[in-house]
Design a protein around this ligand. Sequence first.
Ligand code: HEM
Length: 378
Amino acid sequence: AAPVAFFGEHQAGIVTPAQDRLHFAAFDVITKDRAKLVEMLREWTAAAARMTAGRDAGLLGAVGGQAEAPPDDTGEALGLPASGLTLTIGFGRSLFRDAAGLDRFGIADRIPAALEPLPHFPGDALRPEISDGDLCVQACANDPQVAVHAIRNLARIGFGTVSIRYSQLGFGRTSSTSRDQATARNLMGFKDGTRNLKLEDTDLLREQLWARAEDGAAWMAGGSYLVTRRIRMTVETWDRTSLAEQEAIFGRDKGEGAPLGQAKEFDEPDFNARGDDGEPVIAKQAHIRLAHPDFNNGAHLLRRGYNFVDGSDGLGRLDAGLFFIAYQRDPRKQFVPVQRSLARADVLNEYIRHVSSGLWACPPGVTGDGDHWGRTLF
Ligand code: HEM
């Protein structure tokens, strides 16, 4: 398959049909020097353009440089194709202002209003050491080695300017972002991404995905806001729950993925239908009802999450779950109200816990060789 184009109006890795693998990394900026940070963003951009085209991170490559110097590519992707690699950058609120409110790089007056910190949601069990961060890079590819190679080389290039704060591997995309893709399943065994914002929904993407200059932050025009949540699943408890209960929790059947009361995956849910017992066929607290745009002021999300299993927790349970990724034009109108209604009532909450959170302003795409990540901001 041809590499995914790196240059464009929007960053790749958002509406790009979701690849199978994820390596997501959040970075802390450890320099106070604005010029050094911008220079690193330039170098990152050049390396990202090369790696997404299936080439080495640096010009000389893994084995083409001087024998006395460390290679300018780490080498583990030698011989591997681009594998659909996309690299998507985001800026966290702490890049603009530190915890003490200090303007770190002279950009504090450019914080978009939409980057307002997420509120605390009932049930949140967030761990600060795996939350937030100054920068993030989402690497998606169909080969995990290619995604890991990309993050590793960006971290290598950023040595002395940034350090990795946390990172997350993911597999088995839990969303489809194009109608050409079959819907994959999450670790609860359900199809995930059936009713998602997709590449083909051009009008909705314009209205609900891409930020505009008139939204307040002109430098974000053509960009999008990203919410990441690491959501742990207690799969052992889930696996002892009856099939009927599992289906009632989501409001969809497990095999086909159809809304309860309908036959096919893409049939429209009927939230007014009642069963013989007089109860709603799709329960009042079913996930697909609570998350549906009709009950959230028309809010849509472009979900792009991945499954994870990070070994076990020492208590006889898998450390498994969903690394939730959602893009949108304004989290205050989209993620926040949807998550509020889920956190309040979703029966799914018995089986999940949000343990990490991130909110990122992902700038518009890099338009060509003279352009770089963050140019519109700095
Ligand atoms: C729909 C699973 C967390 C927002 C769905 C569906 C499943 C699912 C199986 C139905 C298929 C589909 O339309 O994609 C999960 C699991 C979660 C989780 C296992 C946690 C581990 C969240 C969170 C949000 C969210 C945190 C946002 C705050 C949505 C939305 C829909 C949806 C917007 C589509 C609703 C519609 O328009 O019908 N989810 N979800 N989900 N979920 Fe989740």
